[in-house]
Write a protein that binds this ligand. Structure first.
Ligand code: OAD
Length: 230
């Protein structure tokens, strides 16, 4: 595998999906063992489900929080965190990059560790295994600050991610099936911006705009790819 010297690039973007956390033990969404095979998103991950039964939806997310807290960031997360000048744009809501030490992570689909009130607009960070409270101080149910099916992405977050990707010269897409839009358009944006585009995924993702596809796992490929040359 040809190694990458990060100092040869002005702006590096790591674009990550569920496969980035797979070796930590966090289940992916699609494929064998995927969350959407075990759970119907219409019951747990859309606004309608929340309005029908907020407590059921909150308890589902609480279980996901507990599952994530039982997992640890792996060597691949640490390689990325070791490059503080690089940008991390993630579809993941698990906060694993931050736990490895990455700062300024752009979370396209929100976070398992934030809640918001749709009545008074309050926002709340909450990191425990159990939610501290399911209700806002105003008495309304708190909603996980996550982009669910049918939700619009946060425009400001999208704009920031697009601007960064549009001016990067190395783009590394890791562990994403490229099926969920608009994030699935980011590799093409990087490609059109003239960046060198590399994919790390044990399976073909179907995205055509990578100069190089490394068929391997994030936790072993990243340390090898960025190992200093002897
Ligand atoms: P998916 O579950 O769709 O895809 C995971 C990808 O990771 C697949 O292409 C796998 O081949 C790959 N993969 C598995 N293990 C890997 C490993 N060890 N190293 C590298 N790659 C590996 O996950 P996403 O593409 O992230 O949205 O899904 C996108 C969005 O769909 C999620 O953010 C979520 C979901 O619905 C929301 O929650 C809004």
């Amino acid at each position: 595998m040809k190694k990458i010297n990060p100092t040869a690039y002005q702006r590096i973007v790591f674009f990550t999906g569920a496969g980035m956390s797979a070796e930590s033990g966090v289940p992916t969404y699609r494929g064998a063992g995927g969350i959407w095979r075990a759970y119907d998103f219409a019951e747990y991950a859309c606004q309608e489900a929340f309005e029908r039964n907020p407590e059921k939806v909150l308890r589902f997310h609480e279980l996901r929080r507990q599952a994530v807290l039982d997992c640890q960031p792996h060597a691949g997360h640490r390689v990325i965190a070791g490059m503080p000048e690089a940008f991390v744009v993630t579809q993941n809501i698990d906060g694993m990059h931050q736990r490895a030490g990455s700062e300024g992570v752009i979370e396209l689909h929100g976070s398992l560790w934030r809640l918001r009130c749709e009545r008074c607009g309050a926002a709340r960070e909450d990191y425990g295994r159990k939610y501290e409270t399911l209700r806002c101080e105003c008495g309304h149910w708190l909603r996980p600050a996550i982009t669910w099916f049918g939700d619009m992405l946060d425009e400001a977050v999208m704009r920031k991610a697009s601007e960064i990707i549009d001016s990067c010269d190395l783009f590394i897409g890791i562990g994403t099936s490229g099926t969920v839009w608009p994030a699935a358009g980011f590799p093409e944006l990087a490609w059109q911006a003239g960046a060198h585009c590399i994919e790390i995924n044990p399976e073909p993702s179907g995205e055509a705009c990578y100069h190089q596809s490394i068929r391997g796992k994030a936790g072993s490929v990243l340390p090898e790819l960025f190992a200093a040359e002897q």
